[in-house]
Design a protein around this ligand. Structure first.
Ligand code: SF4
Length: 283
């Protein structure tokens, strides 16, 4: 790749006596053909090599000896044939005696404009690069802060969390104990209150009971009445039973008396004497 080009413009208004360069003077009829040949040479060089010029130098001779039209033809032809995106520097040898305002304008428009445009592009790229660098640096610093944050999270925050958990557990245990104490106090108070109420009511009942007879007098009277009634019923039953028993005894005695004759008949039939052994079954 070719990055630096030199174009020799071998024309001068006059030949200096000390000049050692190849120079032609008074050859205005050759200038146009020379410029055409120069551009064709650029084309052929572009076919043989990759031309990405960063600097172009116009020397001589006296390049500023070219007319405005010749300069525009030369510079316009180079722009058409060369990739000038990498251009950083244009150099143009000038003889002040050959430059007028119109020629200076051509040089400024065709050369200085391109140079400044490139300069502007370079500055833009530089600004973008600086902005990117600053952004990357900021991202890097932020990443460092994030790393510190993670480190703090794994140390300080975790430690704080552990402490908070321990405190929370302690508070929860205290709450449980407090609830149990409260429940115990409440139960005790309720028990005391209920026992006091029971004592109040039950004490009166006890005093009342102690003041009263052990067995109610009415119950005792009813018991006596029942006893009396039972004794009367027994006596009545006995009286009735005596009559019944007397009647039963009479019936039985009759039957026994009746059976005596039958017993005697049996003994006689069996040949055995029953004298002296008579059975007296009277009651
Ligand atoms: S090249 Fe320079 S020294 Fe030679 S004649 Fe031209 S102006 Fe003079």
């Amino acid at each position: 790749m070719i990055r630096h080009l030199y174009f020799h413009i071998p024309f001068c208004p006059k030949l200096c006596p000390y000049c050692s360069f190849y120079v032609e003077t008074g050859a205005k009829n050759k200038t146009t053909r020379f410029l055409e040949a120069l551009l064709r040479h650029v084309e052929s060089a572009g076919d043989a090599h990759e031309l990405r010029p960063e600097t172009i130098y116009f020397g001589g001779g006296t390049p500023s000896a070219l007319t405005c039209q010749q300069l525009e033809y030369l510079l316009g032809g180079l722009r058409e044939r060369l990739d000038l995106r990498a251009m950083r520097e244009w150099t143009f040898e000038v003889n002040p005696a050959t430059v007028r305002a119109d020629k200076a304008k051509v040089l400024r428009d065709d050369v200085l404009y391109a140079v400044r445009q490139k300069h502007q592009d370079l500055l833009t790229q530089l600004a973008v690069s600086i902005q990117g660098y600053l952004a990357i640096d900021l991202v890097r610093k932020n990443n460092l802060e994030l790393i510190k944050g993670v480190d703090r999270a794994t140390t300080t925050t975790i430690s704080a969390l552990r402490t908070a958990v321990i405190v929370a557990q302690a508070l929860a245990n205290q709450k449980l104990v407090l609830d149990q104490i409260t429940a115990l106090n409440t139960t005790t108070a309720n028990l005391i209150e209920s026992t006091s109420q029971l004592l109040a009511t039950q004490g009166v009942a006890i005093q009342r009971q102690s003041a009263e007879a052990t067995i109610g007098i009415q119950s005792l009277q009813r018991s006596f009445d029942n006893v009396y009634q039972a004794m009367d019923s027994i006596d009545t039953f006995k009286v009735a039973a005596l009559d019944s028993m007397k009647q039963t005894i009479g019936t039985l005695q009759g039957e026994i008396d009746k059976a005596q004759s039958y017993l005697t008949r049996v003994r006689v039939s069996d040949g055995k004497s029953t004298s002296g052994n008579d059975l007296n079954l009277s009651l």
